[in-house]
Design a protein around this ligand. Sequence first.
Ligand SMILES: N=c1c2ncn([C@@H]3O[C@H](COP(=O)(O)OP(=O)(O)OP(=O)(O)O)[C@@H](O)[C@H]3O)c2ncn1[C@@H]1O[C@H](COP(=O)(O)O)[C@@H](O)[C@H]1O
Length: 102
Amino acid sequence: MDAFARLEATIATRRGADAGSSYTASLFARGRGKIAQKLGEEAVETVIAAMGDEPRAIVPEAADLMFHLCVLLADAGLSLDDVRTELTRREGVSGHDEKASR
Ligand SMILES: N=c1c2ncn([C@@H]3O[C@H](COP(=O)(O)OP(=O)(O)OP(=O)(O)O)[C@@H](O)[C@H]3O)c2ncn1[C@@H]1O[C@H](COP(=O)(O)O)[C@@H](O)[C@H]1O
């Protein structure tokens, strides 16, 4: 099991858990809008890191971003497998043509 699969499994265990002792549970409790807002904030922080001089500074921001994306997917009843399937479907489709292939 890789880190993403373990993270998804951990996130699943936090649904309905005590929001006082789990950040993930507190996100689920605050709802889709709050989760999406946090995802947006983490995306902005990733962009800010990307504009800096130190490429390695992007990594922790990217991890925050991916964590919040996994929580958003879970809240919507989706998983990284759904994203993997979509990326696999796109293989062999030119980026220029991808929108038209949906
Ligand atoms: N990967 C993460 C992870 N990445 C980021 N974060 C949290 O995301 C939050 C983002 O920081 P911010 O300052 O933007 O947010 P905040 O001020 O804490 O919260 P807000 O009031 O703004 O919503 C921090 O509290 C981080 O600790 C994470 N929290 C949890 N995980 C994983 O989820 C597991 C379960 O965590 P709990 O749900 O807390 O048990 C952990 O073991 C980790 O594997």
